[in-house]
Design a protein around this ligand. Structure first.
Ligand SMILES: Cc1cc2nc3c(=O)[nH]c(=O)nc-3n(C[C@H](O)[C@H](O)[C@H](O)COP(=O)(O)O)c2cc1C
Length: 215
């Protein structure tokens, strides 16, 4: 059965990345009425940061050369590791049950919010492949980082997620849909960029809807 895992990470309720994610998810669910759908709001219900028990479990995975995610829980051998595993296990189960993983995320300080990083830290174990799952990341940024923009080199949001999913999860084809210049809605000094923002936002919404139908 096909299944979508939908994550949001914006600290805002009235959030552009949330709207883009909803556009994709609504379109996807319209195409897959019998598909599985799981939603997790990483900002409203934050995932704890990893602790020492988690690092012990990770070291045991490394020491055993273990690659079988089904057997990860068998490596637990202390109360601290058990405590860590009780956080990891349901998160990993959600990821593994999905064939499409949709992440709605703002750009914070050139990168991703701590809420999303906390989730990634919890679910990532050595030598773990998530292929052939497909990742779609819908983002909102205050500025512009598209190729050719003066600040393009500071986009550690898309580049980080793309490289991490490719290098660590063996997922090479993550698709990004970015709405740019959102700060022009709020900052009078950027009012002249409002039209460019509207065009970027409208294009991103259309793309999110189209991809939701195609996936
Ligand atoms: C803590 C914080 C850090 C931000 N850092 C950046 C940044 O580095 N670059 C940028 O272009 N916009 C930055 N912004 C603006 C957000 O990317 C913008 O408001 C975007 O719309 C947030 O996504 P959302 O609408 O889904 O919440 C930041 C906003 C916040 C709240």
């Amino acid at each position: 059965m096909t299944a979508l895992l939908h994550l949001d990470a914006s600290a805002r309720r009235n959030s552009v990345s949330r709207l883009l994610g909803t556009a994709f998810a609504d379109a996807w669910r319209g195409e897959h009425p019998a598909g599985g759908y799981t939603y997790r709001d990483l900002a409203a219900d934050p995932i704890p940061f990893i602790g020492e028990g988690w690092t012990e479990l990770c070291d045991r995975v490394l020491a055993r050369g273990s690659t079988d995610l089904d057997r990860l829980g068998e490596l637990v051998n202390s109360p601290a590791q058990q405590e860590a595993w009780e956080i990891v296990e349901p998160l990993l189960t959600e990821v593994r049950a999905a064939d499409v993983i949709l992440i709605g995320t703002p750009m914070y300080n050139y990168s991703i919010p701590a809420s999303l990083k906390a989730w990634l830290d919890q679910i990532t174990f050595p030598r773990m492949s998530l292929a052939p799952r497909r990742f779609v990341v819908v983002t909102a940024r205050g500025g512009a980082y598209s190729p050719g923009a003066p600040k393009a080199i500071y986009d550690y949001q898309e580049r980080y997620l793309r490289d991490f999913f490719a290098g660590h999860f063996a997922v090479q084809d993550t698709v990004f849909v970015n709405a740019e210049l959102v700060n022009s809605r709020h900052d009078p000094a950027l009012a002249h960029l409002r039209e460019k923002h509207e065009a970027s936002y409208t294009a991103a919404l259309d793309t999110a809807r189209r991809l939701g139908k195609e996936y």
